[in-house]
Design a protein around this ligand. Structure first.
Ligand SMILES: C[S@@+](CC[C@H](N)C(=O)[O-])C[C@H]1O[C@@H](n2cnc3c(N)ncnc32)[C@H](O)[C@@H]1O
Length: 244
């Protein structure tokens, strides 16, 4: 019930922000996008699930390389946009689904990779845990889970405090609009509604508890890391890492 309510809020928020995120994301989180793409199994024969696909930042380049992609987002405005771009590009290997991450289901051992960029911090912690457990089951043996996101806590460590201070300074420089966003984001962050990042170490534990192996966390930006884990047994297909 709470998961449904949280997903409904995200649907409203991201329907409003659909036209602005593509630009913002393209500029500030591009290194995270590039690194996730580099590590994702791709090409014909690989089936990848992108959770919280937004404007198709990950899904579209992968599909253009021949990967079979299922892209899921809770916001119909986002999925409409990605569908339109896929049609324009003549892609028939990209399936775009409007659904909340908390409620979607896939057959066990059906995916070569589950990936997500800057989306899972919007999920409640119990939903993150449930989703990671499910994603581990959906992966084929040797399949890979990649979560790129802002990863920090609420100020318990010096690193948390530095990241938060940098974000506040960057917004403050934007003037009254930025100050408004500081107030809004601080409330969401402290009350843990909508903005619910976890530190990388917590993400590592979630993946390990879900039975994934070779779990690593790599910082990409001051605020963002990529956590990666592999379903035991078997070989990943067309891994970008192995090829490079
Ligand atoms: C910050 S944007 C990132 C979009 C994209 N991954 C990118 O890198 O450009 C977050 C996205 O997550 C989606 N989202 C938020 N909560 C979600 C949920 N519970 N289930 C599915 N998608 C969700 C939003 O609609 C939005 O498109």
């Amino acid at each position: 019930m709470l998961s449904r309510a949280a997903a409904a809020v995200q649907r409203l928020v991201w329907t409003r922000r659909a036209s602005s995120w593509g630009h913002h994301g393209g500029v500030s989180v591009q290194p995270v996008v590039d690194e996730i793409l580099r590590q994702t199994p791709r090409g014909p024969g690989a089936h990848v699930l992108d959770i919280g696909c937004g404007t198709g930042t990950l899904a579209l380049p992968l599909a253009l390389q021949g990967t079979t992609v299922t892209a899921v987002d809770v916001s119909p405005a986002m999925t409409r946009g990605v569908r339109a771009l896929a049609e324009e590009a003549g892609l028939n290997n990209l399936t775009v689904v409007t659904a909340s991450a908390e409620l979607m289901r896939f057959p066990d051992q059906s995916l070569d990779a589950v990936i997500s960029n800057y989306a899972l911090h919007h999920l409640r912690d119990s939903d993150k845990q449930e989703l990671i457990r499910s994603a581990a089951r959906w992966l084929k043996p040797g399949g890979v889970l990649l979560v790129g996101d802002m990863m920090f806590g609420r100020g318990a460590t010096q690193q948390d405090r530095r990241i938060i201070a940098d974000k506040v300074r960057a917004l403050a420089r934007k003037g009254p609009g930025g100050w408004w966003r500081i107030a809004k984001n601080a409330a969401r962050f402290l009350l843990r509604v909508q903005e619910m990042p976890l530190p990388a170490a917590r993400w590592v534990r979630l993946l390990e508890e879900a039975g994934l192996v070779e779990v690593t966390a790599a910082p990409v930006l001051a605020e963002a890391s990529i956590v990666r884990g592999v379903r035991p047994g078997g070989w990943a297909v067309n891994s970008g890492v192995a090829r490079d």
